[in-house]
Every structure is written in structure tokens, then in C-alpha cells.
Design a protein around this ligand. Sequence first.
Ligand code: FE2
Ligand code: FE2
Length: 160
Amino acid sequence: MSALTWSDHLALQQPLMDDTHREFIDLLAALEAAAASPSAGLLPCLDRFVEHTEAHFGQEDAWMASIGFQPENCHARQHAEVLQLLREVQRRVREDGRVEMVGQLVPALAEWFVPHAQNMDGGLAQVMQATGFDPATGTMTNPPQAPSDAAFEAAAPGCH
Ligand SMILES: [Fe+2]
Ligand SMILES: [Fe+2]
């Protein structure tokens, strides 16, 4: 049983986001399997996971910037904190052979992801829908009249 599996309660009805989140879960499961029997395959698997997560978070950060969120908003801060942790684990596995850290990382990420997806990403998906934001072009059919950090933060409960 994987630490995290896709289910409908993770679906945000934002196709690009949902596809990316399914890939995140698949790559996390692959990382979990690789960590269970560490071999030469673990580091490439971790590298692939970090690379995907950089793109995943970067995409959401870019959408938030296009809509008018401040760069230092709490959702983007969570992304930065998780990426910092991932890169630290990646460095210690690569340089010091600390493969057991991946076994600790996987359940922590699984536990972190569910509320992040439901609250932070769910809040962003709601704002994207409300503003008529088109991820393909970065345009909005119903842009916010007065961008308000408070409103954006309210769209992402659990931010701190
Ligand atoms: Fe996400
Ligand atoms: Fe996110």
C-alpha cells in the first residue's frame, strides 16, 4: 500500500492541476518503492521527483503571479519550504549516501500533500475559476478589481 494514492477527494476540477497531482502521487509511489530496496535506482528516482516538483510548484507560483498574488504569499512559501527540504535530502543522499532519509521523506510528504492540495491548491483553483483565468495564456475574463492579499489568503485556509 502506497503512502498516498489518488482519490476523488483530491480532485480540484482544474485539469492541469489534477494531472500534475496524479503525476506527483505516481512519482512519490515510485520513490517509496525505490526507498524500500535502495539501489543505484534510488537517486535517479529522487532526482526525477525533485525535478517534477520544481515544475509543479513553479507552475502554480506562476499562475498566482499572473493573477496578482504577492510573491511572498503563504502558498508559495510552503512550496519554497518543501523544495528546500527536498533539495537538502537530495544533497545528503548524493553526497553522504543517506538513503534512509528518503524512507522518512516519503510519509512526511504524503501527510503534507493532502491538506496542501485541498486547502492551498484548492483555494488557488477557486480563484482561477472565479477570475476566469486561462492557464494556457495567463489571461483572465473576470480579473479581480482590487487585488487583495486578504482575499487570496482567505481562499487558502490553513495558511500561516
Ligand atoms: Fe499542487
Ligand atoms: Fe501548491
